[in-house]
Design a protein around this ligand. Structure first.
Ligand code: GTP
Ligand code: MG
Length: 290
């Protein structure tokens, strides 16, 4: 195509390529879901339909983009973590973010009726999401990122479960429940649930307690990690070996294509498991190129 005199305006487009050799995370988050969950009468504190719908939209994203190794979701958010070596959209942040958030939102809206059959979406409040990109420079940072989100899930869910038990079963107002919980520790909340409401927090739904891990279930080619395999739900200092700062030797084109085909063919699964401890990661680091 011939250049026109207007062509120069291209220069105003800024490059936004994310750093090579880093793990890219795209985290999407529902906009104003506090209001939206009230309008569509989500169950409190956890609505199984809403969480399953989030998970279904995340599966669609993994199906569409084979470069995503794992996704973790809780409440109205989902983090998608790419293979370290991804070259999707030449690692351009705005392309990645806009494509992911629109694929997620379109699927969420499309699948809404099959999850909320008796509550149609109203044009006055449609679900929308924002997105950000984060670059993580080491495997330790990747593990700590996921641990951060899962610990957040645990803290929020324990608080919300106790808060709503006090309100729904204990007859307290929201303000009274908030005052009652101010300054309490995890053990106090567990005790309130058990002693006053006969609820053993350990028996709560795993999806509520642990969030949702979405990944391709295929055997990794990398060697299993050694060490502690005990799952843990508490924050621990990072003990993961730092990744090399030097990019790994690039795969040959044939290896690269074979790996892509393997990933494309693998089934995508949703699990509600601990991803903080080593247990989950034994033999699975390969799905993120570790
Ligand atoms: P922005 O993200 O800043 O736009 O605000 P937000 O209103 O979406 O709040 P935020 O993302 O911090 O938190 C998500 C909110 O969504 C929660 O505080 C809840 O109000 C609501 N939410 C998410 N999942 C559920 C659910 O399963 N049940 C209910 N009742 N509410 C939920
Ligand atoms: Mg939100």
């Amino acid at each position: 195509m011939a250049n026109s005199k207007y062509e120069y305006v291209r220069q105003f487009e800024q490059p936004d390529v994310l750093l090579p050799n880093t793990w890219i995370v795209v985290r999407i988050d529902g906009r104003g879901f506090h209001k939206l969950s009230n309008k569509y009468e989500f169950e409190k504190p956890n609505d199984r339909r809403a969480l399953n719908l989030m998970n279904a939209a995340a599966v669609a994203v993994l199906e569409a983009f084979v470069d995503v190794g794992i996704a973790y979701g809780v409440s109205d958010e989902f983090s998608f973590i790419f293979q370290r070596s991804t070259t999707l959209f030449d690692r351009r942040a705005s392309k990645l973010l806009s494509t992911f958030v629109s694929t997620f939102t379109a699927t969420y809206t499309h699948l809404w009726p099959s999850h909320f059959s008796s509550t149609p979406l109203s044009s006055s409040m449609l679900p929308t999401f924002d997105a950000r990109a984060i670059m993580l420079p080491s495997w330790g940072n990747v593990r700590d990122y996921l641990a951060w989100r899962q610990v957040d899930c645990h803290i929020n869910n324990l608080y919300n479960t106790t808060f709503w038990a006090l309100v729904q079963k204990g007859g307290l107002t929201a303000q009274e429940a908030e005052q009652e919980l101010a300054g309490t520790l995890s053990a106090d909340k567990n005790e309130i649930l058990f002693k006053r409401f006969d609820i053993n927090y350990n028996n709560e739904d795993e999806m509520f307690k642990k969030g949702s891990v979405v990944f391709r279930d295929y055997p990794s080619t990398t060697k299993p990690h050694t060490g502690d395999t005990t799952p843990s739900s508490l924050p621990q200092p990072s003990t993961h070996p730092e990744s090399t700062a030097i990019p790994s030797v690039p795969q040959s084109k044939t290896q690269f294509e074979a790996e892509k085909t393997r990933r494309r063919r693998a089934g995508i699964v949703i699990r509600h498991v601990d991803i903080i401890g080593e247990g989950f990661w034994v033999g699975r680091g390969g799905m993120l190129g570790e």
